[in-house]
Design a protein around this ligand. Structure first.
Ligand code: PMP
Length: 369
């Protein structure tokens, strides 16, 4: 059915058959007379700050391998986050860093049975793929109707085979955060030999004062791993730079499983420069958050009932109208991300894109939402 012809004798691991295919966000369709906008990948719509572009142009030694352990970047991050540099491990995007955590802590037990990785569903689409590839099996715990994690059910889903739990805050694609109190009581219920990953990809967009910030917690929990990225707030998605923060009992092991040179010299230079200009970066994040608030207010006014939106995206629970909405968006040259008949996720983009999205929601109507 359109797949490659099988080559005799060459077979992928059986686990590949069961993996969902990652569907990257589609580019916007071209509509005569309309600028196209891509609101389908939770990207930062703003082009990199001038200092970062200059720094990239100055990268002259790309004939050499990068620093395999990103020493400069880790030291710069250590200053910013006020943590020791050996509590940080960099990776090829936070997805690369997540794969490292899974490769290190999940797979099969001594008898060849799959370990279990527990996470909320729906959540980031790459989780089932990464978990499947690790050899472990996914235990997906349904979200609450308002798009929040059901932490009680997740704690109950933990068995003697659970090796890793993934928590996503704000949750992609639904948007709500986890509070600090929720995470603290959850951690108290989880055995301390289970690694808990807190995926904070959208941390800089969060404005809820009760939201968890992993940095304030990880020192007390030797099983807690924070996952962070330069792809969203820093707008460096194309360069693939992410990192984990955890205590050395964990980072020592992550260094063993690290893909050597996963962060390129250009990526490292760009990330360091972005941190050098953090005020400018965060001021831009403020404008995106203001846009998010404008979108949420306008949609709420128009009768839409949205879950809490603390990332750079909003989640429309459209059910059976997902297809019609996605089509209507395409007719207006807006690419959005449809998740079956569950919902449509729309990233906060350029001001004009957001305005067009608001108009689309008004005319489409909030019926049944
Ligand atoms: N975690 C979450 C929750 C995400 O939404 C994404 C990107 N969509 C990532 C991790 C991965 O980002 P990156 O690999 O670019 O750091």
């Amino acid at each position: 059915s359109g797949g490659p012809d099988p080559v005799p004798g060459v077979r992928p691991r059986a686990v590949l058959d069961a993996l969902p295919r990652y569907a990257a966000g589609r580019p916007a369709t071209v509509v005569e007379g309309l600028q196209s906008f891509k609101l389908s990948s939770n990207e930062n719509p703003l082009t990199p700050i001038p200092a970062v572009l200059d720094a990239i142009r100055d990268c002259t030694s790309i004939n050499r391998y990068p620093d395999a352990v990103s020493t400069r970047l880790r030291e710069r991050l250590a200053e910013h986050l006020d943590v020791p540099a050996d509590h940080i491990v960099t990776g090829g995007g936070s997805l690369g860093a997540l794969n490292q955590v899974l490769a290190t802590y999940a797979g099969q037990n001594d008898f060849g049975a799959p370990d279990e990785v527990v996470y909320a569903w729906r959540s980031f689409e790459a989780y089932p793929i990464s978990v499947g590839l690790s050899g472990a099996s996914s235990v997906q715990v349904p979200l609450l109707p308002d798009g929040r994690h059901d932490l009680d059910a997740m704690a109950e889903a933990v068995t003697g085979n659970t090796r890793v739990i993934l928590l996503c805050t704000p949750n992609n694609p639904t948007g709500p955060i986890l509070t600090r109190d929720e995470v603290v009581s959850f951690l108290a219920r989880v055995p301390n030999d289970v690694v808990v990953v807190l995926d904070e990809a959208y941390l800089e967009f969060v404005r809820d004062p009760d939201a968890v910030d992993g940095l304030g917690l990880y020192r007390e929990y030797p099983n807690l791993v924070l996952l962070r990225t330069f792809s969203k707030a820093h707008g460096l998605a194309g360069l693939r730079v992410g990192y984990t923060v955890a205590q050395p009992n964990i980072t020592e092991n992550l260094r063993v499983s690290a893909v050597p040179f996963a962060v390129s010299s250009v990526g490292e230079q760009a990330a360091v420069t972005s941190l050098d200009h953090l005020d400018e970066v965060l001021a831009r994040v403020d404008t995106l958050v203001a846009e998010r608030e404008r979108v949420v207010a306008a949609l709420t006014d128009a009768g839409w009932d949205l879950p809490q939106a603390e990332g750079n995206f909003v989640w429309l629970r459209l059910g059976g109208r997902c297809g019609a909405f996605t089509e209507a968006a395409e007719q207006r040259a807006l690419a959005v991300r449809r998740f079956g008949d569950e919902g449509v996720r729309v990233s906060i983009g350029e001001v004009d894109a957001n305005t067009r999205f608001i108009e689309l929601c008004r005319s489409f109507g909030a019926r049944g939402i």
